[in-house]
Design a binder for this molecule. Structure first.
Ligand SMILES: Cc1ncc(C[n+]2csc(CCOP(=O)(O)OP(=O)(O)O)c2C)c(N)n1
Length: 565
């Protein structure tokens, strides 16, 4: 029988996935991708997840990749299916999560000829993938070499290996796809080995920076989003730096650093409201370590009160100038950088910068505790209880909008808490799906804390969730962020077009997706329901109804309290 070259192509590509260590693959249904799905199933080492909605599938894959810290593949059929991957691919691009996007396609000669599910797929994800490669069914030995070579080139791209950006592989398949006599053999075909570009940084190049850090009186570290394992590994190194008199370390909640290694992980509550008061804190050297910064306050303050020398350390060749004044960008893993410099840093005994921050933070901590004590029923109260009652070793997937901002106002002193959030692009459309993916691969419970608009946007993300996914849905009847930030409430019909108020609840959806459902409408029942929720072994949604007008006012009061002398 003649060789079926489409099945051969599927066989080589799936062999490539196995070779490059991909074990989780999220598959969405279709016919054109059947050769790939058949090839996958011939090897029991793959964990295949079946998810209908491609937008959700890609976010689930992102959650899986974050939990496993390994590349995760997504496979879809031809046509618009691929375009539905775009939001998650974009988030993964900016957050640095290695998704391997595989789209099945029609033979190239049929593109733009009016056939169904036939669109221009190559490069369809634009600049949000580090490369988009085309594979065609092999007819000759050279075609086999080309396919293997292209797969190798894609998986060895430094942007994929070191920066962890998504790649796209578009595979054209010709019919027939279903040939029971074809035997897939997923085998090692000697693909080329990846080599991370930025695994080393030369101490000679770092020496001038080290000298600056040793001479400076005020070195401020701002640590952004980090992968969980990176955050853990960076902690012990930063804890040594934290004791040096000229250094102060402010960490984002999403940095995943351990609590002994920073001055505060509640940046927003420690930013002084009067800019003139910041003068004493204005750094000589600013080091931005890691990824995205949530705190708008620190960004605003450091942009208008720039450090004399500003450095960014991140595992990417393209380092953003977050604080507008970047002098030096070092494209290297945070931990590699810290390992190189920590032992070379010396105390500057002329500096009291470290002490200055400590005193300021301890003053704010007291005011914060005072407010906690008398906090009424509100969104703030929900976060307060979560921060106090969360058990050790839970994962928290924070929603965007006001959720992540409230989250940043609290400490999580429990052991082994991991913090996740879609802060690559801060979209609200895939947070439930991402948490669903994360929960699938974690042996610990994963708590999703989400606003109602984000929740109702991504209901397909509730599909086939595992029992360790717990959701606290803060239903404040709309996008409450638009009542918190300055400006929107001055707009005509802002409740209709921005806040998008509603009277929905999640009761029926919860049952539809097999979740246990609880509600709370006040302090006492929330405390009781939360305790049950945290000890339940079922996947559960706890929907809390909070006041949409009072909550923002209470948050305003909180900041007023912090700023009172
Ligand atoms: C895909 C996408 N569309 C729109 C937005 C703009 N946006 C930011 S926050 C928000 C409202 C979110 O409301 P909700 O999830 O209820 O959270 P809350 O504001 O109450 O904290 C919207 C629409 C976005 N971030 N992402």
């Amino acid at each position: 029988m003649a060789m079926n070259s489409s099945l051969e192509l599927a066989n080589i590509l799936i062999s490539g996935l196995a070779y490059y260590g991909i074990s989780d693959v999220v598959v969405s249904p279709g016919s054109r991708n059947a050769p790939l799905v058949n090839a996958l199933q011939s090897n029991p080492n793959f964990n295949c997840h079946s998810v209908i909605d491609e937008r959700s599938a890609a976010f689930i894959a992102m959650g899986i990749a974050l939990a496993t810290e390994k590349p995760t593949a997504i496979i879809c059929t031809s046509g618009t299916a691929l375009l539905n991957y775009a939001p998650a691919v974009c988030e993964a691009y900016y957050q640095g999560v290695p998704l391997v996007v595989i789209s099945a396609d029609r033979p190239q000669q049929w593109i733009d000829q009016g056939d169904g599910q036939t669109i221009r797929q190559l490069n369809a994800l634009g600049s949000y993938v580090c490369d988009s490669i085309q594979l065609n069914p092999p007819k000759t030995d050279e075609d086999f070499w080309l396919i293997k070579r292209k797969i190798g080139e894609a998986f060895c791209l430094p942007q994929f290996v070191s920066e962890k950006r998504p790649i796209h592989i578009n595979c054209s398949f010709e019919e027939p796809f279903y040939d029971a006599s074809y035997k897939f053999e997923i085998e090692n075909r000697n693909f080329r080995e990846p080599f991370p570009l930025s695994s080393q940084v030369s101490i000679n190049h770092l020496q001038p920076l080290i000298n600056k850090l040793n001479e400076a009186k005020k070195v401020l570290w701002v640590v952004g989003q980090l992968e969980v394992s990176t955050g853990k590994a960076a902690s012990s190194l930063l804890s040594q730096i934290r004791n040096l008199p000229q250094h102060a370390i402010l960490a984002e909640t999403t940095s995943n650093l351990g609590s002994e290694c920073y001055h505060t992980a509640c940046i927003d509550r420690n930013i002084v409201s009067k800019e003139s008061d910041f003068e004493v804190f204005q750094p000589d050297v600013l080091i931005h370590l890691g990824g995205a910064i949530v705190s708008k306050k620190i960004k605003k303050l450091l942009r208008s009160n720039q450090a004399k020398y500003s450095v960014r350390i991140h595992n990417t060749a393209f380092n953003e100038d977050t604080f507008q004044g970047l002098n030096l960008a070092i494209g290297v893993e945070a931990v590699v950088f810290l390992k190189e410099i920590t032992s070379m840093l010396e105390p500057n005994s002329l500096s009291n910068y470290n002490e200055l921050w400590k005193k300021h933070i301890s003053k704010i901590d007291k005011k914060h505790s005072g407010f906690e004590y008398q906090c009424p029923w509100s969104d703030f109260y929900i976060f307060l209880c979560i921060s106090k009652l969360l058990p050790d070793f839970w994962n928290i997937y924070w929603g965007n909008s006001s959720v992540i901002r409230y989250a940043q106002l609290f400490n999580y002193p429990q052991k082994g808490i991991t913090h996740l959030a879609n802060r690559g692009t801060s979209g609200i459309e895939g947070v439930s799906s991402s948490a669903n993916g994360y929960a699938r691969k974690s042996s610990n419970p994963t708590l999703l804390v989400t606003g109602d608009i984000s929740f109702f946007y991504d209901i397909n993300g509730l599909e086939a969730a595992s029992n360790n996914l717990k959701i606290i849905l803060i239903n404040n009847s709309g996008g409450n962020i638009f009542r918190i930030i300055d400006g929107p409430d001055k707009m005509k019909n802002f409740d209709r077009f921005l806040e998008t108020t509603h009277n929905k609840n999640a009761k029926h959806l919860a049952h539809h997706y097999g979740f246990h459902y609880q509600t709370a409408t006040g302090q006492q029942d929330f405390q009781e329901e939360l305790k049950k929720f945290l000890t339940s072994d079922k996947k559960t949604i706890l929907e809390v109804f909070t006041p949409r007008i009072e909550s923002p006012a209470i948050l305003k009061d909180y900041f007023k309290t912090l700023n009172q002398e």
